[in-house]
Design a protein around this ligand. Structure first.
Ligand code: 13P
Length: 256
């Protein structure tokens, strides 16, 4: 199906990198490089660096995101942060269900759904991550895995929340490995995710939702990936930690 081009969404996932002072420095370096961007620009920083990031982006076109949130508003959940707490810090976005959380911290499709619902209820924009492992791709169950992840993540999500949702397709085997999915593989997976939304909701919502690709996206391969009709942006790990590289991806996305 021919897709119309949407405004791209480029988000940096800094993961467990950058202290508050390093965050200020990187954002200050980034600001002039992306000030003319014609796409959404977001940096998702560690919890402790949020206030530094919110202060540093003031007056710029960069928005700040967090990398996780809990589903309860408050309570005995040592080490967790609620969506309400994030809102008060000035965060506008939150990544939910990143594969590193699924892999290392017991995140399941069900907890992804709970976190997503809580974040939306708090009026945060959500970047919800899905993606298959190498083993799953090699055994031919990629589509099945994506369908299940999308179906459970979106359980109970209202169509009225769709303008706050971005899906990130991140094949686990391409994250931090330098191994990028080919643009065809990435586009096919994103198209499948869109098909799942058609099945769960309708064609209009499926066409309108933005789907990012994530997994070793960098300044050199961004153009090819962003040229694909079903890829509407990128969730960038390693390359987001270098202002020039991230800015180059933003530039490519803006020109698209
Ligand atoms: P890399 O860009 O480092 O592969 O990380 C991708 C990612 O996990 C973004 O969320």
């Amino acid at each position: 199906m021919a897709r119309e081009k949407k405004r791209a969404i480029i988000a940096g996932n800094w993961k467990m990198n950058k202290t508050p002072s390093e965050t200020t420095a990187l954002i200050n370096e980034l600001k002039p490089l992306v000030e003319n961007a014609d796409c959404d620009v977001i940096v998702c920083v560690p919890f402790v660096s949020i206030s530094a990031a919110v202060e540093a982006v003031k007056g710029s076109n960069i928005k700040v995101g967090a990398q996780n949130c809990h589903w309860e508003q408050s309570g005995a959940f040592t080490g967790e942060i609620s969506a309400q707490m994030l809102c008060e810090t000035g965060v506008e976005y939150v990544i939910i269900g990143h594969s590193e959380r699924r892999q290392y911290f017991g995140e399941t499709n069900k907890t992804v759904n709970k976190r997503m619902r809580a974040a939306l209820a708090a009026d945060l924009n959500v970047i919800v991550c899905v993606g298959e492992t190498l083993e799953q791709r090699e055994s031919g169950v990629t589509e099945e895995i994506l369908s299940e992840q999308v179906k459970i993540a979106f359980c109970g999500i209202e169509p009225s929340d769709f303008d706050k949702i971005t899906v990130a397709y991140e094949p686990v085997w391409a994250i931090g490995t330098g191994k990028t999915a080919t643009s065809e593989q990435a586009n096919a997976a994103c198209a499948h995710i869109r098909d799942c939304i058609v099945e769960l909701y309708n064609l209009r919502l499926a066409n309108d939702i933005r789907i990012q690709y994530g997994g070793s996206m960098n300044a050199a391969n961004a153009q090819q990936l962003l040229d694909e009709p079903d890829i509407n942006g990128g969730l960038i790990g390693g390359a987001a930690l270098k202002a020039a590289d991230f800015a180059k991806i933003v530039e490519v996305a803006s020109a698209n």
